[in-house]
Design a protein around this ligand. Sequence first.
Ligand code: MN
Ligand code: MN
Length: 495
Amino acid sequence: MGNDTEEKKTEGQILGEKLLFDIKNCWETVKSEEITELNQFARSYKDFLDKGKTERECISVCLSALKGRGFTDIEEFLEQDGRLRPGTKVYQNIRDKSLVFAIIGKEPVTSGINIVGAHVDSPRIDLKPNPLYEDTELALFDTHYYGGIKFYQWTAIPLAMHGVIIRRDGSKKIICIGEDEGDPVFTITDLLPHLAREQMQKKASEFVGGEELDVLAGSEPYKDAKAKDKVKLKLLSLLNEKYQIVEEDFAGAEIEFVPAFKARDIGLDRSMIGAYGHDDRCCAFAAFSSVLQFAGTADREAVLRGDPPRKTVVCFLSDKEEIGSVGNTGAQSREFENFIAYLCAKTLEPNQYSEFTLRKALSKSCMLSADVNAAFDPNFSSVFDKKTASYFGRGLALTKYTGHGGKYGGSEANAEFCQKVQAVLNRCNIRWQFGCLGKVNAGGGGTIAQFAARLGVDVLDCGIPVLSMHSPFEVISKIDLYTAYRGFTAFLAEA
Ligand code: MN
Ligand code: MN
């Protein structure tokens, strides 16, 4: 406060500055030109969330962006041209639900690649294979939830129906009902408080059960005195009119009910974003955008003349993380490895490729496993360890280890690799903080890190702090999103 003579620092203050780890709020140090970029980035992200409410929709949005930036499907590329050269941009679409893409660097792939991985699936309500039924002239969809959710949070909110149905003739129908202003929406009903005396005595995990998440879908009977199940029939006739599907087609369909609302700014200062699916689309969007930083232009000749990254940079957007990274679109599948094998085989001289070169490339590679972290919540402070929790506004949260009950089942990054990442972030003036998930024995969780580690890759979990994680309306801070994006870019360029 307007004091001309600067107060002399005490010995203890000087020592404190030297020895203590200083975690600051990023808003206090951010430059004004960065705020413009940060807000633009947040707007693009909200648009991404509104267009990508399922893993398939996210991958489809990413694929069109990649094609616009001169990326080639690796299969097509291999047909046209046998070699991948520095600056070449390729992707592999893994069954429309997962995606891996790369920009070839100047150094050989066998000296290691820099990877950022995140997942694009989010907790939700899936349809069962034989979902549609009628009870007391109400039609309902029977569901099976996906991922770890608190059931009661998904009742009494507007839901949209997204997904794909493959018809008997093999043609694919893309379903999306509830996102346009004029669309109807769906909902899961809840019990009125007046009759909930018994329900309110139950444990939260039981007062709405997994089988009580059926979605209200219709109530108007088909006009025909002799027909059976008339409300259900009416709905099937509407679906048939719109999508030419019949009831049998639901058997293998992938239909997901997700919150029907759009991403919104939160707070008077608009410093946060509330939306469905931040876990883990905020990290996926930041990872995707960071690799595009190295993409140059869409003009292939210009890219070949341009300056490719030093190391090959790769982004992996995986599916099925919320249910254990299983299946051939999950991070446990060998599809990711197959892509790296392609990169090795097609960047090396003919006949130089062997299984050994792939293994060597993987064990020399390093990766940020980018996934959200539980932000410290003043409403529920008792489950957090304040010293190692992540906080809104403090930047990229680094999670040395995951797991539960004595780190069991978690992936722990090596000290050397942790330091390498911290050094890159410090050098590039990117704020980072700790991100341990809750107190010891409060619970736990995992990410895709362990599956990369299994391949020999050095991997560290890191990500964006989230409030209300796995709820229909999760919250993040805009500055943490932007800091993650800058951190991933620095890692890809410098690690
Ligand atoms: Mn996640
Ligand atoms: Mn999750």
